[in-house]
Write a protein that binds this ligand. Structure first.
Ligand code: GLP
Length: 244
C-alpha cells in the first residue's frame, strides 16, 4: 500500500494494530506483537500512544517480543533498543513490564545460544506472533538478518554488515563505536508470524524496497522471503515506491 506521506502510512498501520489488540481482547486472548526499532516505526508508536491517551486503547492484554538488540549493549545506553522502546512506547502505555521481551545485550557470550532458544520458546508458549512489525535496512535486512541469512534462520547472534554499521554511525557518534554484532530473531522466526507488516519510507529505501518486492527471493535480501508469506503487507510512502 502506497501512501503519499509516511505519517498516513503510520496511522494506517497503527489502526490495524489497534484493531487486532481489540479483537484479541474481545476473544479473551493475549495479543502477541513482534516489534521493531529504527526511525521507521516511530510514527506508529506515536499514533498508538495517542490512541491509548485519547481513546483508551489498552495494552494490558498485549505481549511483545522485539526483533533485535545490539551486542554487547547495556539497557541504559543511549542506543539500546530497551531504551528506545521505553521512550517511544512502553513508558506511555499500560503494558505489564512482565509481558515485554527484548533480546538481552548484556549476556555472557557462552550463554547466548541457550538464551536464544528460550526466546523462541517464549514466543511459542504464548501462541506465536499475531503480527510482526518490520522496517527494512538498506542491506535488505529485517531485524538484523543481514545478507546470507537463510529462510529457516532462528534467533541468534549475528555479525552486522558494514553498510548497516555505517547507517548506525550517527547514533553511535562514529562507525568505530557501532557494535560489530547483534542478537536478532531469524527469518524463520519472522515468517512464522501470522501477519507481517513491513514499512519503508523515503527515497533512500526505494532500491531495496523494489528488490524486496519484485526481485528474486534470495538470502541476499532477507526481506524478499516475505514474498512467500501468506499475509505480508508493505506500507510505503511515494518516495520509497519510486523504483517499483
Ligand atoms: C536497524 C534495525 C532494523 C531497522 C533498520 C532500518 O538496523 N535493527 O530493524 O529496520 O535499522 O532503520 P531505519 O528505520 O532507521 O531506517
Amino acid at each position: 500500500r502506497v501512501f503519499r506521506h509516511a505519517t498516513q502510512a503510520s496511522q494506517a498501520v497503527a489502526q490495524q494494530i489497534a484493531a487486532l489488540i481489540r479483537t484479541r481482547e474481545g476473544e479473551g486472548r493475549p495479543c502477541v506483537l513482534g516489534l521493531a526499532t529504527g526511525s521507521t516505526p516511530v510514527g506508529v508508536y506515536n499514533a498508538l500512544v495517542q490512541m491509548h491517551q485519547e481513546e483508551g486503547l489498552s495494552f494490558r492484554n498485549v505481549v511483545t517480543f522485539n526483533l533485535d538488540e545490539y551486542y554487547p549493549m547495556q539497557p541504559h545506553e543511549l542506543q539500546s533498543y530497551v531504551r528506545f522502546m521505553r521512550e517511544h512506547l512502553f513508558d506511555h502505555v499500560d503494558i505489564d513490564p512482565a509481558n515485554v521481551h527484548i533480546p538481552d545485550g548484556t549476556l555472557d557470550e557462552a550463554s547466548i545460544d541457550d538464551y536464544c532458544r528460550r526466546y523462541e520458546q517464549a514466543i511459542q508458549d504464548v501462541g506465536g506472533l499475531d503480527l510482526q512489525l518490520l522496517g527494512i535496512g538498506r542491506t535488505g535486512h529485517i531485524g538484523f538478518n543481514e545478507p546470507g541469512s537463510g529462510r529457516n534462520s532462528r534467533t541468534r547472534l549475528i555479525t552486522l554488515d558494514r553498510m548497516t554499521r555505517r547507517d548506525a554511525a550517527s547514533d553511535f557518534f562514529g562507525d568505530e563505536n557501532v557494535p560489530r554484532r547483534a542478537i536478532t530473531m531469524g527469518v524463520g522466526t519472522i515468517l512464522d508470524a501470522r501477519q507481517v507488516v513491513i514499512m519503508a519510507f523515503g527515497e533512500g529505501k526505494a532500491r531495496i524496497t523494489a528488490e524486496a518486492i519484485e526481485g528474486e527471493i534470495s538470502s541476499m535480501v532477507a526481506a524478499s522471503f516475505l514474498q512467500d508469506h501468506p499475509s505480508a503487507q508493505f506500507f510505503i510512502d511515494e518516495a520509497a515506491a519510486e523504483a517499483l
